[in-house]
Design a protein around this ligand. Structure first.
Ligand SMILES: Cc1cc2nc3c(=O)[nH]c(=O)nc-3n(C[C@H](O)[C@H](O)[C@H](O)COP(=O)(O)O)c2cc1C
Length: 453
């Protein structure tokens, strides 16, 4: 019998007051109000590194959630992903205070020109000594489209078309512009780099024209570790082509749903000429740990009590593109169609097997369903069940920060380590090396086609 692969563990957070679990920011035992300060971020990074986490994962949006009740008021009142600061700018300070922790940050293909973005990422990859990952998103908030001079949010498939070209441009810059031996640093001859080994990319496409060369010299990973989270048909084929790590949120009640998504993407990746093992899958969930089951349940009940339904409705309305204030909350899930997040709608409907579940039920139960509540051993058992369904790791969603992560580290990590399921120390080297054993993308990845040998 082969041992299961080690579990990968990330902390999921956002540079804002209220990320996923709305309404809990008012508690005394959370540092969400300090998000504009560096100290809580640096301390969080150090806590996660002591707990042998793989990465701190930062979500982001470039627009306000203004679907609910036809405006942004509820989101603003709830601190619900507004205000929201730039995630990437937190990374150098946290990297300086740690040695091994990875830093995944979200950036939409709509928000920054790929030439500028590629340089930003290369700079971060240098400064972190290869510990940076990019969560590739295509944006779903109409306000994001309105903010970025695109004349509104491009359609779902148009956004993915753009993403394909965006990635082509960045791959050319990261992998193809500078040859491995372009940089000489020859102080004797006074030659920094060899101009014959640095190339323009001369990209001319539908959306972008980029001459190059890339302005940054090759960084430890070149292309950052690539995360992706779309779950529509188009989103899955995009993941199968590009992603190295896929973030899923499958319902806990049906581990088979996770297995289906994972098998589908792995099969599509194989059809693209990639190895199915070139992709790792991360399930999003929240652990609520107690010394006893009763203690854990009491803690979860307290969170549920404080949970803001209004904040959750504003969040969900923006995410699915439907004003939940305008529809009958008792309407069954399967009667709602959405352009904005088809995959998400599909996922929601699949999460209610009888399909009669209403949105009111869903909102109430949604938070409870994210919770994995119990003693460290019970939680470790449940994580093993996920692993058996094909999940490689977890993006842990906090209820309180850093408390949710501290409880996991103090309680669950030692159990997972004792079972041989979680690392006790880090593998040296860049983030991709720690996860896949090589700092560079494999030859089967489409970015590798742009390399010059
Ligand atoms: C777990 C998860 C996390 C996500 N995080 C972000 C995020 O931080 N920022 C963002 O703009 N979109 C985020 N998304 C949205 C996806 O990137 C994608 O745009 C959305 O799911 C629509 O694509 P799809 O129709 O292929 O599912 C997330 C989606 C999921 C499922």
């Amino acid at each position: 019998m082969t041992m299961p692969r080690r579990m990968l563990i990330n902390a999921f957070t956002m540079n804002c007051v209220s990320h996923i679990q709305q309404g809990l920011w008012v508690r005394d035992d959370t540092r969400q109000l300090d998000y504009t300060q560096l100290d809580p971020w640096v301390e969080l990074a150090q806590i996660l590194e002591k707990g042998c986490f793989d990465a701190l994962f930062l979500a982001d949006v470039v627009g306000v959630y203004d679907t609910y009740r036809g405006g942004p008021e509820t989101s603003i009142i709830e601190g619900m992903q507004i205000p929201v600061n730039d995630p990437a700018l937190l990374i150098p300070a946290m990297a300086h205070a740690t040695e091994n922790l990875g830093f995944a940050f979200t950036s939409s293909v709509l928000q920054t020109h790929p030439f500028t973005f590629a340089r930003q990422v290369s700079t971060l990859d240098h400064l972190t000594r290869g510990r940076v990952a990019w969560n590739i998103v295509t944006s779903y908030l109409p306000n994001a489209g309105a903010n970025l001079g695109l004349g509104g949010l491009p359609s779902h498939d148009e956004r993915y078309d753009r993403a394909d070209e965006y990635l082509d441009v960045t791959y050319k810059l990261w992998e193809g512009s500078w040859e491995d031996d372009a940089v000489l640093r020859d102080t004797q001859r006074g030659i920094y780099a060899d101009p014959t080994k640095i190339h323009p990319i001369n990209h001319i496409g539908k959306h972008y024209e980029v001459a190059g060369p890339h302005l940054s010299e090759p960084s430890p990973q070149r292309t950052p570790l690539l995360f992706q989270a779309g779950s529509s048909t188009r989103g899955r084929s995009f993941a199968a082509k590009h992603a190295e790590c896929v973030f899923i949120v499958a319902p806990r009640q049906s581990l088979g749903a996770a297995a289906n998504v994972i098998n589908d993407i792995r099969t599509q990746a194989t059809n693209e000429g990639r190895h199915p093992d070139d992709i790792r899958f991360f399930q999003g969930l929240t652990t609520v740990v107690g010394g006893t089951e009763e203690e854990a349940k009491a803690k979860a009940a307290e969170y549920l009590e404080q949970f803001s339904t209004e904040g959750a409705l504003a969040h969900m309305s923006g995410s699915i593109g439907v004003d939940l204030a305008a529809i009958d909350l008792d309407r069954p899930l399967n009667t709602i169609d959405s352009e904005a997040m088809r995959g998400s709608i599909k996922g929601l409907i699949e999460s209610a097997p009888d399909r009669t579940q209403t949105f009111r039920d869903l909102v109430r139960n949604r938070l409870a369903r994210q919770f994995l509540t119990g003693t460290p051993e019970q939680i470790a058992d449940a994580l093993e069940d996920w692993q058996a369904a094909g999940v490689d790791g977890f993006n842990l969603i906090y209820s309180v920060t850093p408390g949710t992560f501290v409880d996991f580290i103090d309680g669950v990590v030692p159990v997972l380590q004792a079972r041989g399921l979680m690392q006790r120390e880090y593998t040296p080297g860049p983030l991709r090396q720690k996860i896949f054993g090589d700092p560079r993308l494999p030859d089967s990845h489409p970015a590798a086609a742009y390399r010059r040998h």
